[in-house]
Design a protein around this ligand. Structure first.
Ligand SMILES: *Cc1c(COP(=O)(O)O)cnc(C)c1O
Length: 448
C-alpha cells in the first residue's frame, strides 16, 4: 500500500517550493496526526517542529476544532460573500476586530496570506486614487521581505532565491534596508536600527509624493531566516510612514495569532498599521482563511454611490468560507479559554534557556527567537561568519537528518527553522531541541 502510494505521488504530483528531484529521492506521505506529532503512511511518527509550515497552534486533531467543523457541516459548507454574508463570517469579523489594534475595524476575507497581501496592496493603491492623490502609485518594500508567492506579493518581496527570476513580471518597488544585527558590522542593535531608519527617511523625504504604502513583516522576517528587528524599529517605521503620509501595511501572516507571545506581533511596540494581513494560525492550522484588516478611514474612501466607481473590485470564489470561519471562531475561543498567548510567552522563555545550549556547537553562528518563532543560523566559521557553500545544502541535509531522528521542519537556506505548535509541552520542546542538536552536530561534522 505504502509503496504504491509513493509511486503515485511521484507520478502525479508537483509539490510547492520543491525540487521534485529531491522529493523523488526522499518521498514522504503524511497520513495522520495527533497533538504535536504527525505520522507517515509507513507508520513512522515525527514531531511537527515547524507547525506544518507555521500554521498549527493547538496540535493536530484538537477535539473542539474537529467538532466545530462537524457542527458547521450540519448547517452548510459554503455560500458566497459577494454581496451577502454568512453567520460564522460575521461572528468571526466581530471577534477579530475586538482582538486587533484599535484602529483596525474592518475585515476583508481571503484564502491565503499572499491574497491577504495582494488585497492590502490593491486597497492602498486604490485608496489614494479614490482620494484624488493620483500620483501616489508606488510601494516601499523591505530587503529580504517575504509576503507570499503571487505576483503582487512577490513585487514587494525580495528574497532573491525565490524572486529574482520573476523580475520582469513585477511592478517596481523601492527597497529599504532591514536591520540584521548578526550580519551588521558593529552588531550593535541600536546603531543598526538607526542607520536603517535614516536610509528609510531619506527615501521617504525624496519620494513620498509618489509612494502609496510601505509593506513590512511584523517584528521579525520569517522567510529571510527569522531575522528579529531591534527594539523600536517597527515603531520607528510607523512614525516615518505617518510623518510622510504613506500607508503602512504590516504583514502578520506568520507572526500573528500568538506566535510571538502576543496575539499580534505589532503589540510588542503598540504599532497601529493602516492595513494588516493575517492568515496561517487564524484557523489553528485547519483550513485556508486569511484576512486583510483596515481602518474606518480607508473603508470610507471606498464607500459611495456605485456610479462613482469607488468599489473595491476584488474577491475569490471561497472568500468567507463557512467551514473555515467556524473553525477560526472556535480557535479564537480556545485562545481565550486555554490562555494560548500567555502559554506561548511562557514556553518561549523556557525555549530561550534551552536553545542557548546550541551555541556550544561548532557551526551555530546565531540563535534568533521571538516568542515561538526560532531560527538557528549555521555557518562554516563562527569567527568570520562565513556561510557554508550554497551547493553543500547544509540546512537541507540537517532537516533530512532530523526527519530520520523523528522531527519535521524546513530550513530557510542554512537557517534551521524551529516553530513548534504553541501548545507543545516543555518536555516536547526539550526533545525537539535535542533532535536539532544531534542533527546539526552530525551533519556539520561531515561537511567540513
Ligand atoms: C506564509 C507567509 C505569507 C504567505 O501566506 P500563504 O498563506 O502561504 O500565501 C505571507 N507573509 C508571510 C510573512 C508569511 O510567512
Amino acid at each position: 500500500m505504502t509503496h504504491e502510494l509513493v509511486e503515485k505521488s511521484k507520478k502525479y504530483l508537483w509539490l510547492p517550493f520543491t525540487q521534485m528531484k529531491d522529493y523523488d529521492k526522499d518521498p514522504l506521505i503524511i497520513e495522520s496526526g495527533n497533538g504535536t506529532k504527525v505520522k507517515d503512511s509507513a507508520g513512522k511518527e515525527y514531531y511537527d517542529g515547524f507547525s506544518s509550515v507555521w500554521l498549527n497552534v493547538h496540535g493536530h486533531r484538537k477535539k473542539e476544532l474537529d467538532e466545530a467543523i462537524k457542527n458547521q457541516l450540519e448547517k452548510i459548507a459554503h455560500s458566497t460573500l459577494l454581496g451577502m454574508t454568512n453567520v460564522p463570517a460575521t461572528e468571526l469579523a466581530e471577534k477579530l476586530v475586538q482582538l486587533t489594534p484599535e484602529k483596525l475595524t474592518r475585515v476583508f476575507y481571503s484564502d491565503s496570506g499572499a491574497e491577504a497581501m495582494e488585497i492590502a496592496l490593491k486597497m492602498a493603491f486604490q485608496y489614494w486614487q479614490n482620494k484624488g492623490k493620483t500620483k501616489k502609485q508606488s510601494f516601499i518594500a523591505m530587503h529580504n521581505g517575504y509576503h507570499g508567492d503571487t505576483i503582487g506579493a512577490v513585487s514587494v518581496g525580495s528574497v532573491d532565491l525565490f524572486h529574482d527570476i520573476y523580475g520582469p513580471l513585477m511592478f517596481k518597488s523601492l527597497k529599504a534596508p532591514i536591520p540584521n544585527v548578526y550580519r551588521s558590522e558593529s552588531e550593535d542593535p541600536i546603531q543598526c536600527r538607526d542607520e536603517c531608519l535614516h536610509i528609510l527617511e531619506d527615501l521617504l523625504k525624496e519620494k513620498h509624493e509618489e509612494i502609496a504604502a510601505l509593506s513590512i513583516e511584523s517584528m521579525i522576517q520569517g522567510a529571510a531566516g527569522m531575522v528579529v528587528y531591534p527594539d523600536g524599529f517597527l515603531k520607528g517605521v510607523r512614525e516615518l510612514c505617518s510623518k510622510y503620509d504613506v500607508l503602512m501595511i504590516v504583514d502578520e501572516v506568520a507572526a500573528g495569532f500568538g506566535r510571538t507571545g502576543k496575539m499580534f506581533a505589532c503589540e510588542h511596540e503598540n504599532v497601529q498599521p493602516d492595513l494588516m494581513a493575517a492568515g496561517k494560525g487564524i484557523t489553528g492550522g485547519y483550513l485556508p482563511i486569511a484576512v486583510t484588516f483596515t481602518t474606518e478611514e480607508m473603508y470610507e474612501a471606498f464607500y459611495d454611490d456605485y456610479e462613482k466607481l469607488k468599489t473595491f473590485f476584488h474577491g475569490h470564489s471561497y472568500t468567507g468560507n463557512q467551514l473555515g470561519c467556524a473553525v477560526a471562531l472556535e480557535n479564537l475561543r480556545l485562545f481565550e479559554s486555554e490562555n494560548i498567548v500567555g502559554q506561548a510567552a511562557e514556553k518561549a522563555d523556557y525555549l530561550r534557556d534551552i536553545l542557548q545550549e546550541l551555541y556550544s556547537l561548532a557551526h551555530v553562528g546565531d540563535v534568533r527567537q521571538l516568542g515561538m518563532m526560532c531560527g538557528i543560523e549555521l555557518v562554516a566559521s563562527k569567527e568570520t561568519k562565513e556561510p557554508f557553500p550554497f551547493e553543500k545544502r547544509v540546512g537541507y541535509h540537517v532537516s533530512l537528518k532530523m526527519r530520520e531522528l523523528g522531527m519535521l521542519t524546513r530550513p530557510m537556506g542554512d537557517v534551521i527553522v524551529f516553530m513548534p505548535p504553541l501548545v507543545s509541552t516543555k518536555e516536547e520542546l526539550a526533545d525537539m531541541t535535542a533532535i536539532m542538536k544531534e542533527a546539526i552536530t552530525e551533519v556539520t561534522a561531515v561537511v567540513v
